[in-house]
Write a protein that binds this ligand. Structure first.
Ligand SMILES: NC(=O)c1ccc[n+]([C@@H]2O[C@H](COP(=O)([O-])OP(=O)(O)OC[C@H]3O[C@@H](n4cnc5c(N)ncnc54)[C@H](O)[C@@H]3O)[C@@H](O)[C@H]2O)c1
Ligand SMILES: [Zn+2]
Ligand SMILES: [Zn+2]
Length: 368
């Protein structure tokens, strides 16, 4: 066991604190990772606000890269010294989803078995089974995905959650491909990655929607072809006006794929009506438990066809997607550096939550 500094949410809504925690030595199937960088994701704030569940205290942070320090006796997939991006989808290989060849939907993903604790022994709940706003963290070995060790930790660590969620929402869940028309509602780290992913996949039109002009400006540099400030104009009308005109049947038209990267009833409703007939809605923003499906006539669900999907972690398979995306980054074809708005310390996480709300940043990244 060793003691390290970490950022913990002790009680619902209370500011986070840097405290000393106990990290057990790795047992069977586990690894201790020396964290080098960890991004601040909106989901960390959801945890702090009690929006995910009430299992306080939470050890926050889950978009991280670092070096494996030690592994349990039976671990062969990684070794001390390996440079890894942490993932929250360590697939079991044995559940129904894994057995039918769809491990991205694994029902029984692995986390560390032992618990990290506060100094007094209180067990911590690591955010998404990771908890990486910490000098060191204990994870399941399968949560460590080896990538090119010459890559910048602050940039590739972001693949561990939000950026992968956004890229995958477009490419994996939404099946965006060459010639697709796409609209992305909400241009934070996740939405901006959906824009970058759509550009990478060859989408012909990428319409960025946000309420903050600074985000919309940045969206253009990520590949958006059109921008819409939905606090000024009607998002649905604007998205329709930026997609190819509807055919002679007179329906309204819209985008082939609309990605809701906010996760609120009103943005999901915009996504629902801004997609073309037989189009796809992808919900990647995470709603809070009190939110309800918006009031939509069932005949509209039937009549508009297509599919209404949710995207967990961009339907990614870390072992397949992380090394490939790091390769594209290293070649200069995927600008992960553009997602790193500022580098901060462990003490600055609470301030980073404020910055998230005041806009202007995609990701504040804690450097350790
Ligand atoms: N599904 C997943 O696997 C997954 C993974 C990571 C994060 N998320 C979720 O994705 C969402 C976005 O995360 P993020 O880190 O990008 O957050 P963020 O706070 O960085 O970005 C949110 C963006 O939405 C914009 N916005 C807010 N209200 C809006 C509205 N009504 N219309 C249009 N734009 C609006 C904001 O201006 C901001 O640019 C969060 O809910 C987060 O929890 C989901
Ligand atoms: Zn499984
Ligand atoms: Zn996240």
């Amino acid at each position: 066991m060793q003691q390290v500094k970490a950022v913990v949410a002790l009680a619902k809504g209370a500011p986070v604190e840097v405290v000393t925690i106990n990290v057990p030595d790795p047992g069977p199937g586990e690894a201790v990772v020396k964290v080098q960088a960890c991004g601040v994701c909106h989901t960390d704030l959801h945890y702090r606000e009690g929006g995910i569940n009430d299992d306080f205290p939470f050890l926050l942070g889950h978009e991280a890269a670092g070096l494996v320090e030690a592994v349990g006796p039976d671990v062969t997939s990684v070794a001390p010294g390996d440079f890894v991006v942490l993932n929250w989808r360590a697939v079991c290989g044995d559940c129904r989803a894994c057995n039918r060849g769809e491990p991205q939907y694994c029902f029984a993903t692995h986390n560390a078995t032992q618990k990290m604790t506060l100094e007094d022994g209180t067990e911590l709940s690591p955010a998404l089974g990771i908890g990486a706003f910490a000098e060191k963290t204990l994870v399941a070995a399968g949560q460590c995905t080896k990538v090119d060790p010459s890559a910048r930790a602050a940039a590739v660590g972001l693949l561990g959650c939000g950026v992968m969620a956004g890229l995958g929402a477009a490419i994996n869940t939404g099946n965006v491909g060459r010639g697709s028309t796409v609209a992305v509602i909400g241009c934070g780290g996740v939405g901006m990655a959906a824009i970058a992913g759509s550009a990478l996949a060859g989408a012909s039109r990428i319409i960025a929607v946000d309420v903050d002009d600074r985000k919309l400006e940045l969206a253009r540099s990520m590949g958006a072809t059109h921008t819409v400030n939905s606090s000024e104009v009607d998002a649905v009308e604007a998205i329709r006006s930026h997609t190819p005109p509807p055919d002679a049947t007179g329906h309204e038209g819209g985008a082939d794929v609309v990605i809701d990267a906010v996760g609120r009833p009103e943005t999901w409703k915009q996504a629902f009506y801004a997609r073309d007939l037989a189009g796809t809605v992808v919900l990647v923003g995470v709603p809070t438990p009190d939110m309800k499906v918006p009031d939509i006539p069932l005949i509209d669900v039937f009549g508009r066809g297509g599919s209404l999907k949710s995207s967990w972690y961009g339907d990614c398979l870390p072992s397949r997607d992380f090394p490939m995306l790091v390769d594209l980054y290293q070649q200069g074809r995927l600008d992960l550096d553009a997602f790193v708005s500022e580098e901060i310390g462990l003490d600055d996480v609470e301030a980073a939550f404020d910055t998230m709300h005041s806009g202007g940043v995609l990701r504040s990244v804690v450097i350790l």
